[in-house]
Design a protein around this ligand. Structure first.
Ligand code: GLY
Length: 327
């Protein structure tokens, strides 16, 4: 077993005072490449502006004695239930047949994971994903099967279309043009990475996917390794943006793998973006990645400007504009 800093200080008898002082020095002196302070947990990192609300809820859950897994679930549940968001849960824009279909996944520090895709009429797909993880021998349930499982487990049927999303769909029907607009309809996924006080890492990801997608289309968000990946020995990564491009490079898994081989979270996010850009024409494609390492160092990178994310720790919550490739 590797000796970490804490066990080294404890073993060498330097005691609590030294540990406290060195922790402070450590927190002050270490900066990741994106300028975010390297620190021990709790740390939460979530995509887009709505990440602020989600992170603060996650911190509250931990402070009230919840687990890291509870925190990443409950944090994103807030966004799923927000009717104002047009790309997650309630109020999410429908597919081109007018149906709202949801994709979500959750991954635990112990390596276990659960997912649902093309789930309809359920307010909290992330909680169904967690139930799949905890109560079934499977990782992912899809469509009607996912709905029947949710229903059998007490999840109520909810109409996810709102007055606003119905009107938007009616308007879209006039021309029926399918052309996702970067940073607009792609203000999509709420993806969250969380590290608890013990340094254990968890993640969650939930979305209604691309507006006016083909019926049956699944994005990256419920796919372990694409939209989300956690390896508690190494770190975690989460993605947002055009799911097809993220799936093609196994975006989140590749970031964690690069960190395992010595890349910082920032370098790993940049390399994943490079792989997408080398793979296809990304003029009209936005993808953003967030990553956290086992030491609490963070990274964020996108193809184009416009991707932002929230970072929270005990000192508070900040909204940060991600660095990007296409200057
Ligand atoms: N990143 C969400 C999606 O493509 O569905």
């Amino acid at each position: 077993m590797k000796t970490n800093r804490r066990s080294f200080l404890e073993k060498t008898g330097l005691g609590a005072l030294s540990l406290l002082l060195s922790n402070r020095l450590f927190a002050k002196s270490s900066k990741s490449m994106d300028g975010l302070t390297k620190a021990k947990g709790p740390i939460f990192l979530s995509t887009w502006t709505h990440g602020q609300m989600a992170n603060e809820e996650a911190l509250r859950v931990l402070a009230n004695g919840g687990s890291g897994l509870d925190a990443v679930e409950k944090g994103v549940m807030l966004i799923e239930a927000d009717p104002e968001g047009s790309s997650v849960g309630l109020g999410g824009l429908p597919d081109r047949t007018g149906k709202v279909t949801l994709d979500a996944c959750i991954m635990s520090a112990d390596g276990n994971c659960g997912a649902v895709c093309m789930l309809e009429n359920i307010l909290h797909p992330i909680s169904v994903a967690r139930k799949v993880m905890e109560d079934t021998p499977h990782v992912m349930l899809a469509g009607d099967g996912a709905y029947e499982f949710a229903s059998a487990n007490g999840f109520e049927k909810v109409d996810l279309l709102t007055k606003k999303s119905k009107a938007a769909f009616k308007n879209w029907k006039k021309e029926q043009k399918y052309k996702p607009i970067i940073n607009v309809e792609n203000h999509d996924t709420i993806g969250m990475l969380g590290m608890d006080e013990k340094g254990d890492i968890y993640g969650s990801c939930t979305t209604s996917g691309l507006a006016y997608k083909m019926r049956g289309r699944i994005g990256d968000s419920p796919i372990i390794g694409a939209g989300l990946f956690i390896d508690n020995e190494v770190g975690g990564a989460v993605a947002t943006g055009l799911g097809e491009s993220i799936i093609k490079v196994a975006g989140s898994a590749i970031i964690v793998e690069l960190m395992r081989h010595g890349y910082s979270p920032q370098e790993a996010c940049e390399e994943a973006v490079n792989r997408i850009v080398n793979n296809e024409d990304t003029k009209d494609i936005q993808v953003g990645f967030l990553a956290i390492s086992k030491s609490g160092e963070t990274g964020a990178y996108a193809i184009h400007p416009g991707f932002n994310f929230a970072i929270s720790n005990q000192e508070g919550t900040r909204l940060v504009n991600s660095d990007y490739l296409v200057k």
